[in-house]
Write a protein that binds this ligand. Structure first.
Ligand code: UD1
Ligand code: CA
Length: 463
């Protein structure tokens, strides 16, 4: 039996109080729908049918970010009017063969683990329709599972249509169902919208099938937190924290990372770590970040698409992007690496130093208050405080090339394009231009002689 997955994503999400369609609100920086689709694709379905409606164009546009291997399985189905979850599923059915198995997922339930869905599919194959439920400490807002006195599913009631007695039930409908396509095709057209919202509820199908003698299964998921639906900003925040907590647990379990506080780390992408890494509080990792062995990331760092070599230390409040740091590098505190840098072993970039598109040689140090852009620095260079590469002439960017063992005194401006030969010493306060024809080991100095006025009186304020 081929597996067809239908993902409901046509609703507006009124309770989000936002112009953005609900399923495009992000979890870990990516639209929650993307997460649902990625999980769905792990189940190896024949097709993924995404039911779209409200702002369909924005939803379809968001799918272009997915890899081709996933996109090629997706087909978007239009639900012109949002008449309810049952109606939404029926919109996808014409594209599905009768002898397939249909798994229905909601675009607003982003954290469901593929493993839970895989087990659910296996269980579902024994039934005409199977419902995935969960136990919720606070079931408010969810459809409730009503069981008969033998403990079998009898029907599902929405919160709004439930009696006070039924609202006391803690077993909720996760919204995830799996059914034979032939059963859906025959029975979905029979559901009615005589409920408080005037919608065609998918959930009504369960009671209807039970009543007509079908075999309806009920499977309870192990952990409700991974199955929470997102209807409000508060639930979005809960889902985000739940997801981050899952990732923190994974870092500790898989790599043995020491986290100062597992509830104060955010990973918006993928973080891989070597042995004995330490991550202090409030760090954010984006895109693909790779840490070597014994790397220390101190408090408040924001790191995107970087690779950091063994024994490196990133001190507090460092922001870096698309850079490669080799072994034993020390960066920050308060440093900024913009994209395109390669820092060789033992490089030190200190506080208030900005580096962009630069290659920095082994053991070179830029300790304080510098800008190094479009530069290539050799090994063992000392960059004095306040050194600036003047890389931009107002129209074009130019390169600065600095040889090994150059000593750059404080407050030097390197006016690019410029090339400083090996071993040159640049005195503090120098403006170094290409007109300076230094050769190896020269001293370069550009400074007016100081002046001293004896007996000088400071101006005084008039009364
Ligand atoms: C739904 C379930 C409820 C369950 C809860 C789990 C129904 C009637 N209720 O309630 O039992 O406990 O999910 O989170 O199914 N959608 C469409 N087209 C529509 C209506 C909705 O595509 O016409 C989509 C929405 O975009 C959303 C999903 O279906 O992604 C669920 O709709 P929503 O309105 O959030 O249902 P809930 O009230 O949360
Ligand atoms: Ca919902």
């Amino acid at each position: 039996m081929s597996l067809e997955i239908v993902i409901l994503a046509a609703g507006k999400g009124k309770r989000m109080l936002s112009d953005l369609p609900k399923v495009l609100h992000p979890i870990a920086g990516r639209p929650m729908l993307e997460m649902v689709i990625k999980t769905a694709s792990l189940l190896d379905p024949a097709h993924i049918h995404v039911v779209v409606g409200h702002h369909a164009e924005l939803i379809e546009q968001s799918l272009t970010a997915l890899p081709d291997t996933i996109r090629s399985h997706i087909d978007c189905v239009m639900q012109p009017e949002q008449l309810g979850t049952g109606h939404a599923v029926s919109c996808a059915l014409p594209n599905i063969k009768d002898d397939s198995l249909v798994l229905v997922l909601y675009g607003d339930t982003p954290l469901t683990p593929a493993q839970v869905l895989g087990d659910f599919i296996i269980e579902s194959q024994k039934h005409d329709l199977c419902v995935l439920s969960a136990y919720a400490d606070n079931p408010f807002g969810y459809g409730r599972i009503v069981r008969d006195n033998l403990g079998k599913l009898e029907y599902i009631v929405e919160e709004r249509d439930a009696s006070e007695q039924t609202k006391l039930i803690h077993e909720i409908n996760t919204g995830i169902i799996c059914a034979k396509a032939s059963v859906l095709k025959k029975w979905l057209p029979k559901i009615r919208n005589n409920n408080s919202q005037g919608e065609y509820y998918l959930t009504d199908l369960a009671g209807m099938l039970v009543e007509s003698g079908h075999d309806v299964g009920l499977s309870m998921a192990p952990d409700f937190s991974a199955l929470t639906g997102v209807n409000t900003k508060s639930q979005l925040a809960f889902a985000e924290r739940t997801y981050q907590h899952m990732q923190a647990e994974q870092l500790m379990r898989e790599y043995g990372v020491t986290l100062a506080d597992p509830s104060r780390i955010d990973i918006r992408g993928r973080l891989t770590c070597g042995k004995d890494c330490y991550i202090d509080v409030n760090c954010v990792f984006e895109g693909e970040v790779e840490l070597g062995d014994r790397v220390r990331i101190e408090a408040g760092c924001v790191i995107k698409d970087c690779k950091i070599g063994d024994d490196s230390v990133i001190s507090p409040y460092t922001v870096m992007e698309s850079s490669l740091m080799k072994k034993r590098t020390t960066i920050g505190p308060f440093a900024r690496l913009r994209p395109g840098n390669v820092l060789e072993d033992e490089v030190h970039v200190g506080d208030f130093v900005e580096v962009k598109k630069s290659v920095i040689g082994k053991g070179t140090k830029a300790g304080h208050l510098s800008y190094l852009g479009d530069a290539q620095l050799g090994a063992g260079v000392n960059v004095g405080a306040g050194t600036i590469t003047c890389n931009y002439d107002g129209a074009n960017k130019h390169r600065t090339i600095i040889g090994d063992d150059v000593f750059i005194g404080s407050d030097t401006q390197l006016v690019a394009p410029v090339n400083v030969p090996t071993g040159v010493t640049i005195a503090a306060g120098t403006t170094y231009t290409s007109r300076i024809k230094a050769t190896e080991n020269d001293l370069v100095i550009s400074r007016i002689n100081g002046l001293c006025l004896k007996g000088y009186q400071r101006p005084r304020k008039d009364k």
